[in-house]
Design a binder for this molecule. Structure first.
Ligand SMILES: Cc1cc2nc3c(=O)[nH]c(=O)nc-3n(C[C@H](O)[C@H](O)[C@H](O)COP(=O)(O)OP(=O)(O)OC[C@H]3O[C@@H](n4cnc5c(N)ncnc54)[C@H](O)[C@@H]3O)c2cc1C
Length: 610
């Protein structure tokens, strides 16, 4: 049986308690004007890069419906897909398989790159190109995937076998790198590094050793007050047997009582710093503070005080990773749909290939991908139940355009669909509007060397006091022509992960997401950079690290709408119903923040059109 995975833990779990940019220039214009158009190599604010959500936000928040005169292209497609993420790209390929490769397909996306969350980051470090991932990280338990996905992988050249050997699981042990906790001065009074992770999070990195010191020794090294140290040790030595109920009632009790009540009332924790550690110990298992968890949920995600658990199925380790994460799957799909976009054929060979973006939207190609284009209005011509035409309006560079299609697949964020599909029945619009996405940031930093990590024995640092709660070496994956760093004196990419919870303890998940989104979108790149400077300098120390000397590049991938989080009840199923000539895809419609599920939803959406 597959184990519950990190990103899907949150779904259905939190309800128990009841509570150098290319922003605006049209992609087609850009590609013809500037043959160097190549978004993966951009650094700075990426993910949902500045400008990418402007049209969608003014549609959703400002109810804007008018972008001036609409430029009609007289373009008619068999299928228009909204969203060039894995779900939309896979849907295009499935449509070809069902209806023929001569069918005309247009894929629209508001970003300057395709792939959606499956985002490639390239860092040029003193002339050396290093590849990292800015979002969708690894294929989760792909051996359990349905035959539909297995066949798709074969079709597009994704070879799971090659991924089984490309992840160097011995890397961390060989280099004596482990899981540590960094207590920053700002939150905890003084910068301190302790060789103990104090939670389960590190455990998803295959081959990364855990604590190097005992609980007692680790606690003694923390910068906590004496009372805080005693309390932390009590939490680490705690356990459900301490609950004030007979053994037979423990399980039921832990499913209905709050983790934070257990910490406070059963274990007597009132030290704000220990509670702060506990709150941040779930990271993207919970995507909000652990104060919203029941005791049973906290135990399952290995929050502070619970023993680390195996995260993935022992027969399906978490190693199915391309150097650019699942962006390689997106690239393999695009290559299949638009063969001239790159020279290589397999996903492995494509890892180092430079894509020719000017091929994406060429007249005469059966499949066209139009970037920087936000769909703002999709509606049937005539009665949806008998209509044979759908009009699609999108905004590119502030200008409204219109094309028509026989069918449309909405592979975009589901909660946005009611703002776009203007003739949707109200019960379906309401259901779609209840779907959420949690905010998350994946920052990649290009370092000139990783000597500091080596000297300090850091494979991953939990950072409960920082904006980025985890810092880790990029996964040790060498594939085809791409070689992972072998020497600490060579350049490397590190990953910094932030699940920006709202600051108000106990606020609902939705409120925490909203507050965190405002904060993350309100910050400029210089704010992030200043924060990362202080963070890495504190973590690695002046003896080992000099920010100006060692950091070559920073890419902050902000995902204000990140992991899919299902709405209540049957809202997912109701929301994704076909409507006339329109069907619904995206990982939201599977209620799973998962690449494979996203592609399966693309398949379902195509089948529903048949
Ligand atoms: C940081 C991060 C890490 C993740 N890591 C993993 C992982 O390791 N493994 C895993 O399986 N999953 C992971 N996920 C989950 C991820 O969501 C899925 O893997 C998958 O990439 C989702 O694909 P999708 O096509 O459903 O959605 P998306 O990738 O979100 O694609 C939808 C696209 O539609 C676009 N769009 C939205 N509205 C419009 C509009 N009006 N007009 C035009 N375009 C629009 C969006 O901007 C986006 O580009 C991660 C997600 C994030 C955010």
């Amino acid at each position: 049986m597959p184990k519950i995975t990190r990103r899907n833990f949150v779904n259905g779990s939190l309800l128990a308690l009841g509570s150098t940019l290319l922003p605006s220039m049209g992609q087609r214009a850009m590609a013809s004007l500037d043959p160097t158009y190549y978004p993966p190599s951009l650094t700075g604010l990426r993910g949902s890069h500045p400008g990418s959500n402007d049209a969608a936000h003014s549609r959703a928040w400002g109810q804007r419906a008018d972008w001036g005169a609409v430029q009609s292209h007289d373009e008619h497609f068999d299928l228009v897909i909204i969203g060039a993420g894995l779900s939309g790209l896979a849907a295009a390929r499935f449509y070809q398989q069902h209806h023929g490769t001569d069918k005309k397909i247009l894929i629209l996306d508001n970003h300057d790159d395709f792939g959606g969350h499956a985002k490639r980051n390239e860092h040029n470090i003193d002339g050396q190109r290093l590849i990292g991932y800015g979002g969708s990280q690894s294929l989760v338990e792909p051996l359990h995937a349905s035959p539909v996905i297995q066949a798709l992988f074969e079709d597009i050249g994704v070879d799971l076998k090659s991924l089984e050997t490309s992840f160097d699981q011995g890397f961390y042990k060989r280099h004596n790198l482990g899981a540590v906790t960094y207590f920053n001065a700002d939150t905890f009074g003084r910068d301190t590094l302790v060789k103990h992770p104090f939670c389960n999070y590190y455990n998803y990195i295959e081959g990364l050793p855990g604590a190097k010191v005992s609980d007692a020794a680790a606690v003694a090294q923390t910068p906590l007050s004496e009372a805080g140290k005693q309390q932390l040790l009590r939490v680490l030595n705690g356990g459900l047997h301490k609950l004030p109920v007979p053994e037979a009632e423990r399980e039921a009790y832990s499913q209905t009582h709050a983790y934070f009540d257990y910490l406070k009332n059963t274990l007597g924790v009132d030290d704000p710093e220990v509670l702060h550690m506990a709150r941040n110990s779930g990271l993207d298992w919970t995507s909000s503070g652990t104060e919203l968890l029941t005791i049973a949920q906290a135990k399952r995600c290995g929050a502070l005080g619970f023993a680390p658990l195996p995260v993935y199925d022992e027969n399906n380790p978490y190693i199915y990773h391309y150097p650019d994460g699942n962006a390689s799957v997106a690239r393999a799909l695009v290559k299949k749909l638009i063969p001239l976009v790159a020279a290589a054929d397999t996903a492995e060979a494509l890892v180092t290939a430079r894509f020719d973006y000017s091929q994406l939207d060429l007249e005469g190609n059966p499949v066209r991908i139009r970037l920087n284009s936000t769909a703002v209005n999709v509606h049937h011509v005539g009665d949806p139940s008998s209509s044979d035409l759908v009009n699609v309006q999108y905004v590119q560079n502030g200008q409204a355009h219109e094309v028509s299609a026989k069918n449309v697949i909405m592979a975009c964020y589901n909660m946005m669909i009611p703002h776009i599909v203007s003739d949707l029945p109200s019960h379906q619009a309401e259901a779609l509007g209840q779907q959420m996405k949690s905010p998350v940031i994946y920052t990649t930093v290009g370092l000139r060397n990783w000597r500091a990590f080596k000297d300090m024995g850091i494979g991953m640092a939990m950072c409960p006091g920082n904006w980025h709660q985890a810092v880790l070496m990029d996964f040790p994956v060498s594939l085809g022509d791409y070689q992972y760093t072998q020497s600490p004196d060579d350049p490397c990419v590190i990953q910094m992960i932030s699940c920006p919870y709202g600051e108000t303890l106990g606020q609902s998940q939705a409120e925490q997401y909203k507050q965190a989104r405002y904060t993350m979108l309100g910050r400029q790149f210089s704010d992030y950079e200043a924060d990362i400077r202080i963070h890495l300098s504190g973590l690695l120390g002046a003896k080992h690290f000099n920010f100006d000397r060692d950091v070559a590049s920073i890419t902050v991938n902000r995902w204000a709408h990140g992991y899919a989080v299902a709405g209540p009840g049957d809202s997912v199923a109701v929301g994704r119903q076909p409507f006339g000539r329109i069907t619904v895809a995206n990982s939201d419609s599977a209620s799973a923040a998962d690449a494979i599920e996203a592609m399966m939803m693309g398949h379902r959406a195509v089948v529903e059109l048949d």
